[in-house]
Design a protein around this ligand. Structure first.
Ligand code: ZN
Length: 330
């Protein structure tokens, strides 16, 4: 066991270095520079960085978050992505490599690296580069074609022109997941556009959900769809309330707060069984639903009137849900 802990720490350090590379992938993906060719340089003064300026996390701490040459601030994104990648890789190794390092572990790590690149690019510049999602989709198809996850080894037989073709069930799920993820997200985006007459989601979100479907399969992509909405909601509410407050939209703000209080009271009432009569129960239910619908009405008219209050990227929520599936359901 101490051996295994040692290797987990070792993978953590490797993860830090990969994270450092992922920062470069994000940055150069956005500027269109090659990933390998120009050596590392400061984004502000373009000074070439020495090896000791490039040690993950440590250089940032040592330089107190400033460029050695021009003393410009270095974004906190760099050490955060490095640390996050380190912990993610160590987590994958700890959870999946107990039986030894396998192709499954390698594929999960590459997928996690892509998740991080997609999420950071989206958070940083609100764009999703389709190339990242294409790579993830192809990776997912290969992963399931060879059934590296080994979760279920069932093979499905197809009889085509007298030939017996057998394919892993995982691969069939992967193709269905790719189609379903892409279709569901596009469907939701079209629906939202029909209601609000505005683009609520970027095109990239459909590519992300499709690629996640290819990797995790049709069953898990449904879980990811539902979970990401919940995560998005939880992340959005504080940001949303803050924005409403700043924009002085007190009508919408007060109705949302009223709805939240009513919903929490209702849930508590359900939990502690305070509704002794059925009539009272339905009345409370109706009241919460009405306030909720009223909020939706205000929200839709606010979006129609051109407010940008609801624009909070959905991609990171999808990625968050994907990590959940990887660590909890896999
Ligand atoms: Zn500099």
């Amino acid at each position: 066991m101490p051996d295994f802990i040692f290797w987990t720490v070792y993978v953590f350090v490797i993860g830090l270095c990969i994270g450092s590379f992922l920062n470069v992938v994000v940055l150069r993906g956005l500027t269109g520079e090659s990933i390998v060719l120009p050596p590392s340089h400061c984004t502000k003064c373009n000074h070439k960085l020495a090896w000791y300026d490039n040690i993950p996390v440590i250089s940032y701490l040592f330089l107190l978050g400033k460029c050695r040459y021009c003393h410009e601030k270095i974004s906190i994104q760099y050490p955060l992505v490095e640390l996050f990648t380190g912990f993610t890789f160590a987590g994958i190794f700890y959870k999946f490599a107990k039986m030894g390092f396998s192709l499954n572990v390698l594929f999960l790590m590459i997928a996690a690296a892509l998740f991080i690149v997609i999420a950071v690019t989206d958070i940083k510049e609100r764009v999703i580069l389709t190339v990242h999602t294409y790579i993830l989709a192809v990776l997912g198809l290969i992963y399931n074609f060879f059934n590296f996850a080994n979760a279920n080894n069932t093979k499905i037989h197809f009889f085509v022109l007298g030939f017996d073709i057998s394919i892993y069930q995982a691969f069939v799920y992967s193709i269905l997941g790719l189609i379903a993820g892409f279709a569901v997200m596009n469907g939701v985006a079209l629906l939202c556009k029909a209601i609000t007459k505005k683009d609520c989601f970027g095109d990239g979100d459909a590519y992300i959900l499709g690629a996640l479907g290819a990797f995790f399969g049709i069953v898990n992509v449904i879980v990811i769809s539902i979970l990401s909405v919940v995560i998005w909601g939880v992340l959005c509410v504080p940001a949303f309330i803050y924005k409403l407050f700043k924009a002085k939209e007190f009508k919408l703000l007060s109705s949302i707060i009223l709805f939240s209080i009513a919903a929490v009271l209702f849930a508590l009432g359900e939990y502690f069984n305070v509704f002794d009569s059925n009539l009272f129960h339905w009345f409370a239910y109706l009241l919460v639903a009405c306030i909720g619908l009223y909020c939706c009405k205000l929200l839709i008219s606010s979006i129609k009137n051109g407010s940008n209050l609801t624009v909070i990227p959905f991609g990171p929520a999808l990625i968050f849900a994907a990590f959940f599936v990887m660590f909890v359901l896999f």
